[in-house]
Write a protein that binds this ligand. Structure first.
Ligand SMILES: Nc1nc2c(c(=O)[nH]1)N[C@H]1C(S)=C(S)[C@@H](COP(=O)(O)O)O[C@H]1N2
Ligand SMILES: [Mo]
Length: 231
């Protein structure tokens, strides 16, 4: 899992007096100080890329970006996994809990410009789900489908990465409903619209199916370090 050079940041915080300044305007996400953002922008990830992708700024908390929520009744919830797989499954929440669980600390990047560093998630690796349903050779894309016609898509090669999970925990607690409970996708190295909240179905497809944002002028590849925001 991802590990970052936190020393740099801590050293900087000490030098800066450890203060985080809140902008505090209603409707404006609480940003870090510009100087701290500059220091973080100079920090590198283990893969050599800058910690803060170009055109992004760090925030202190996970904003609630809204969307059409799924059912509040957890016992009604099902995850349907279908498409190019040998073993299609419909899983209930307790079925998910029997699969491999991982804790992941990662950074997430919304296309509107905010980045949240060191967010902590718990869930099931996508690779575990892929093994469970036995994905066929013909599958090349993963389509995540949610309540309210929201969907998003990633290449299968991206889905195999070990920081791609289905998350049901956030910050040491159950994932809050606003952030996608009972289950959301987490694809940290793509803009956050690829991390589908309130997932209901996962489909393995041989042909790509751009989702809600991807069909509204936003980038299909959505790489924050290449600033692939729009098509
Ligand atoms: N189902 C669903 N998932 C979604 C969205 C949405 O509107 N509906 N918005 C996306 C966008 S643009 C972002 S930035 C993140 C926001 O997640 P958060 O509200 O937990 O911060 O969810 C993504 N996943
Ligand atoms: Mo977003």
């Amino acid at each position: 899992m991802e590990k970052f050079k936190k020393i740099t940041r801590r050293d900087f915080m000490a030098a800066a007096g450890g203060t985080l300044v809140s902008i505090g305007l209603p409707g404006v996400f609480v940003k870090l100080m510009d100087s701290e953002n500059r220091a973080l922008a100079a920090e590198l990830r283990p893969d050599g890329r800058p910690r803060i992708p170009p055109g992004q700024h760090a925030v202190k908390e996970l904003p609630n970006m809204g969307g059409t929520r799924g059912s509040k009744v957890a016992s009604d919830w099902r995850l349907e996994i279908s498409g190019e797989v040998e073993n299609p499954r419909i899983l209930k929440y307790p079925d998910l809990m029997e699969l491999k669980q991982v804790d992941l600390t990662c950074d997430v990047h919304c296309v509107t410009g905010w980045t949240l560093l060191d967010s902590r998630w718990r869930g099931i690796p996508m690779s575990t789900v892929m093994d469970l349903v036995r994905v066929k050779e013909s599958a090349r894309f993963v389509i995540f489908e949610a309540a309210g016609d929201y969907s998003s898509n990633i290449p299968l090669s991206e889905a195999r990465r070990d920081n791609v999970i289905l998350a049901h925990g956030y910050s040491g607690r159950d994932l809050p409903q606003a952030h996608g409970a009972p289950l959301r996708g987490l694809v940290p190295d793509r803009y956050f619209y690829k991390s589908v909240k309130w997932i209901q179905a996962i489909r393995f497809a041989s042909v790509d199916e751009p989702g809600y944002y991807e069909n509204s002028g936003y980038s299909n590849s959505a790489d924050p370090w290449k600033e692939e925001r729009f098509d």
